[in-house]
Ligand binder design. Sequence first.
Ligand code: ATP
Ligand code: MG
Length: 141
Amino acid sequence: MEKSYVMVKPEFANYPQVIDYVKSQLQSVGMQIVKEGYIKYDALSARKHYAEHVGKDFYQGLEEYITSDKAYGMEVQGDDAIAKIRKLVGATKNPDPHTIRYEVPKMLNLPLRITQNVVHASDSVNSAERELEIFYTLLKK
Ligand code: ATP
Ligand code: MG
């Protein structure tokens, strides 16, 4: 049993059908949603969440986006959760058809964008632990 943190990013979190779609995709590969809710990242929590990217050329735009509006966070668990969910989510650039990052913009008639890419999913067990701590703190606010 592995844990992951999945977050529907701002703008997309305003659409209940997107949240439902992401949840049904997760459940379709046997994932269980343990905790969920709307949260809002501030600059400090964004910097903690995206620590590995602070200082990169796209970081400022990433922080602006992730703090621009509420997001929807989920603690997810299941067998091989990290790899299974990353596969569902799709690549950062040029995601394949049938992935969440490809299908959701199509559903909403929005262009495929790199920074505004629908959803985050943890890339390792350690990242999941760190990101979930930030999520719990934001949920209490
Ligand atoms: P996430 O961490 O959000 O699940 P990811 O693991 O696919 O996405 P990362 O390399 O961790 O991708 O980048 C974090 C986020 O930063 C991306 O989801 C995207 O929003 C943004 N990003 C990454 N690379 C670029 C880039 N070259 N130009 C613009 N934005 C980028
Ligand atoms: Mg990442």
